[in-house]
Design a protein around this ligand. Structure first.
Ligand SMILES: CC(C)(COP(=O)(O)OP(=O)(O)OC[C@H]1O[C@@H](n2cnc3c(N)ncnc32)[C@H](O)[C@@H]1OP(=O)(O)O)[C@@H](O)C(=O)NCCC(=O)NCCS
Length: 333
């Protein structure tokens, strides 16, 4: 989408928060029949963070947002749009963004959630960018936050080894300069694959009952193999398509921030793009898959560790339940 009136939307601040409690692969091997070796070789994950029982998604989101605000030099009162990407809202409603607004003491600005699973952060960022360009919002707080431990079946070794908790946030700002910041984004979904990665219970299809709880329908259900194959395909297609649309080649990309689900998926993407793994930001070894929080946490780490410089071309690319996928190309300010 080309920006009207010579304006762009730039990333003006980044922040993240991960809870202090570490759950290692060895810890998991005492809970289910698995091993550190199996988890590491199949996924690349070594450990993940787990939120405290009374720590909510909005608590983590607010902490990440406070960091992003500090990084941008703005105050909560300067923000005029707030969106949270999450599949683990504090409650079915009100939306998590309203809790974040309250916790940050923000103005009465529009606040809502976006549910696109692991693609949620890029979806959220693109929705914010579009609203900023069309409605003139000057600064938006865009957050990806998850407490996946609250929807994990801790007896299911095929899923419980993969996920973790955390939050990442960015402040987006509207600037009077064309061709900077978020240059291009794409989003897609394939609703024929809703069944391969889902939480089947607790919604209007199967409201919570004693039986749905006993059958663990309120937790993540996944056909890992199927998800893996589609993930590789849509991640590669999204990356190639967005580069083509924006008129760039893979070698122009300074750093790729992929959704942190599995090292093998990221390696397949690197191979397909012909970009070395040294140009990929990877932190899934320490955090596992944190769904909508995964990209902004990785972006924050890369930014703080000095891996992103002004003028760099940053490629964000994700896939998730739905199935959904999304990509964004950002010219760093
Ligand atoms: C989940 C995933 C790591 C499994 O790896 P895989 O190589 O596909 O493994 P399989 O599912 O074929 O399972 C192989 C064997 O390991 C076993 N296994 C599964 N989980 C295990 C675990 N945690 N520890 C030990 N063994 C395990 C399986 O039971 C199976 O045993 P069997 O051959 O006796 O039936 C992989 O499919 C994956 O990453 N998929 C994508 C998931 C994802 O990214 N989801 C989030 C999307 S946003």
């Amino acid at each position: 989408m080309s920006a009207p009136n010579g304006k762009s939307v730039v990333v003006s601040g980044v922040g993240s928060y991960t809870p202090p409690r570490v759950l290692t692969n060895d810890d998991l091997s005492k809970m289910v029949e698995t091993s550190d070796e199996w988890i590491r070789t199949r996924t690349g994950i070594r450990e993940r963070r787990i939120a405290a029982p009374d720590e909510t998604t909005s608590d983590m989101a607010a902490k990440a947002a406070a960091e992003a605000l500090a990084d941008s030099g703005l105050k909560a009162a300067d923000i005029d749009l707030l969106i949270v990407g999450t599949v683990t809202p504090d409650m079915p409603f009100p939306n998590t963004a309203c809790f974040v607004q309250q916790k940050l003491g923000m103005g009465k600005v529009p606040a809502f959630d976006v549910e696109a699973a692991c693609s949620g952060f890029i979806y959220t960022m693109e929705i914010a960018r579009s609203l900023m360009l069309t409605n003139g919002y000057r600064h938006a707080l865009v957050i990806g936050a998850e407490k996946l431990s609250s929807i994990t079946n801790w007896q299911d070794r095929t899923t419980c080894v993969l996920f973790g908790d955390g939050a990442g946030a960015t402040v987006l700002s509207l600037v009077d300069e064309p061709g900077v910041g978020i240059l291009q984004s794409l989003m897609g979904a394939d609703g024929t694959e809703t069944g391969i990665l889902c939480v089947p219970g607790g919604g209007s299809a199967s409201p919570s009952t004693v039986e749905t709880i006993e059958r663990s329908m309120h937790t993540i259900h996944m056909q890992g193999n199927q998800v893996f194959k589609i993930a590789v395909r849509v991640m590669c297609q999204s990356a190639v398509e967005i580069l083509g649309k924006a008129g760039y080649k893979a070698e122009d990309v300074s750093i790729v921030i992929p959704h942190q689900a599995n090292n093998r998926i990221i390696e397949a993407l690197a191979q397909r793009l012909g970009i070395g793994m040294d140009r990929f930001k990877i932190n899934l070894d320490r955090y596992g898959n944190t769904s909508a929080a995964s990209i902004p946490i990785a972006l924050d780490e890369a930014h703080r560790n000095g891996r992103i410089h002004p003028g760099d071309l940053v490629l964000l690319v994700a896939f998730g339940g739905g199935l959904t996928w999304a990509a964004s190309l950002v010219k760093w300010q």
